[in-house]
Design a protein around this ligand. Structure first.
Ligand code: CMC
Length: 430
């Protein structure tokens, strides 16, 4: 066995498997030839020990609580950068120069309007439809409107599709919100920055002026930065898998949105806020901690725990600071939900069960309180996550498409069903 090879013994046969090194983080054992050499698959439901691809975009050290986009710590990006700069970084690998940034902002901004016929889609939905349902449908439907950017073999078309999705997600998200409350859609206003424009499309009404609060806009922009990418999580893997078949980018991102919706993933921000509301007052926390620890109760503390982070989620730390900034700006001194959240966090961080299982608050624990204070209803929380994650999905999708060794993703299985048997006619079945 050489230094960069590991040996596996299967049925008295010894197989050498190459070890591949990353720049940082765990190395991987390359098992891509294992089936050919041994006739065996590996088994890893939930992919807890499986790297599905090589990637240069995002790095997470879950034990140390580190998150890097293209090598840059999330804390520095959130403190000094803006969301569109983060988009550029994720897409192109480097921070933009001033000229590149101005050009990128201009290109994104010029794609913010959606085809006017999209409004007819909205009219087809019930007003009480969940906005995530609307987003899955409308983003998928973009492929029915923008035929000039669905040829994935053309880099120019891929680029335009990317710009379109980053630019149109806020417009669609705001439309989903406006539709749900029965207010007219607000067109984008392109002299505003990306996030201010989004706030205006959500909260302006035609009968009065709307002034964007710069503190809230900056806070939301930071929230977008925190959510922009997160390595090979469930929705990103969904986008990659959908894209591996050659599906068009709009369809792939719609698949990512569908996956994000689940409460174990992006839907946790909505679920966390509902949980805080259900707990209501700090004196009820012990009851909920007990429920979370009870093996026979399916209840989990939403906004706690993470597959990769076995330490405080670095995004949660920034999020907590942002929550306080937003509440201070809005003059909210006593938010009962924040009281419950702060106390719950303190109790859980000391509780043996949570300490032993390394269950720390994740990004979703505080984001709901902040978004609610800004005026978003809970049903919009995951939509905002999808809006911000779109760039990460696109960056990961592009990386995959541009990889010459890319093949369709096709996992195998351990078959445990009935062995081969013969068909029996209905009359003969006992
Ligand atoms: N409350 C109580 N117990 C928990 C929790 C929780 N939130 N999370 C995990 N556990 C327990 C779980 O019961 C299990 O215990 P045991 O080993 O005794 O069976 C152990 O911790 C490991 O849990 P797991 O489900 O095997 O871990 P996982 O890596 O498969 O799941 C998770 C990760 C995020 C789905 C899970 O922690 C969870 O359901 N958390 C609540 C939902 C949530 O906040 N999700 C947002 C994640 S961050 C944003 C994003 O990725 O979109």
């Amino acid at each position: 066995m050489s230094a960069n090879t590991s040996t596996l013994n299967v049925d008295n046969k010894s197989v050498d498997l190459a070890i591949k090194e990353g720049t940082i983080g765990p190395s991987v054992v390359d098992i891509s030839k294992l089936y050919g050499q041994t006739g065996m698959f590996t088994y890893d439901p939930g992919f807890t020990s499986t790297a599905s691809c090589e990637s240069k975009i995002t790095y997470i050290d879950g034990d140390a609580g580190v998150l890097l986009y293209r090598g840059y710590p999330i804390e520095q990006l959130a403190e000094h950068g803006d969301f569109l700069e983060t988009c550029y970084l994720l897409l192109y690998g480097e921070l933009p120069t001033a000229a590149q940034k101005a050009d990128f902002d201009y290109r994104v901004t010029r794609h913010t309007m959606v085809h006017d016929q999209m409004t007819r889609f909205f009219n087809g939905f019930r007003r009480d439809a969940h906005p995530m349902a609307v987003m899955v449908a409308c983003v998928g439907a973009l492929s029915a409107f923008y035929h000039d950017s669905t040829d994935i073999s053309d880099p120019q078309q891929r680029m335009i599709a990317s710009m379109r999705m980053i630019a149109k997600m806020p417009t669609l998200a705001a439309m989903a919100y406006k539709y749900s409350i029965g207010q007219p859609f607000v067109y984008p206003q392109n002299d505003l920055d990306y996030t201010s424009n989004f706030l205006r499309m959500c909260f302006a009404v035609p009968c009065e002026d709307y002034k964007v609060n710069p503190v809230l806009s900056r806070a939301l922009d930071r929230i977008f930065i925190l959510h922009a990418d997160h390595e090979q999580n469930a929705s990103t893997s969904t986008v990659r898998l959908a894209g591996s078949s050659g599906a068009n980018p709009f369809a792939c991102i719609a698949a990512g949105i569908a996956c994000l919706w689940g409460p174990a993933h992006g839907g946790a921000n909505e679920a966390a806020l509902k949980m805080l509301e259900e707990i209501g007052t700090p004196d009820r926390i012990p009851e909920y901690i007990a429920k979370a620890k009870d093996k026979n109760d399916p209840f989990r503390l939403m906004g706690f725990g993470h597959r990769v982070y076995k330490n405080y989620d670095p995004r949660a730390r920034i999020m907590q600071k942002t929550t306080h900034e937003v509440l201070r700006e809005l003059g909210i001194k006593d938010d009962p939900l924040l009281d419950v959240a702060v106390e719950l966090e303190q109790i859980a961080l000391k509780d043996e069960y949570f300490v032993e299982k390394k269950l720390y608050p994740n990004i979703d624990f505080y984001s709901g309180i902040t978004l609610k204070a800004m005026g978003f209803p809970t049903s919009m929380f995951t939509v905002l996550f999808a809006l911000a994650r779109t760039v990460g999905w696109i960056a990961q999708w592009s990386e995959m498409i541009e990889d010459p060794s890319q093949r369709i993703g096709r996992p195998r299985q351990l078959y445990v069903g009935a062995p081969k048997r013969d068909y029996v006619t209905v009359a003969q079945r006992g």
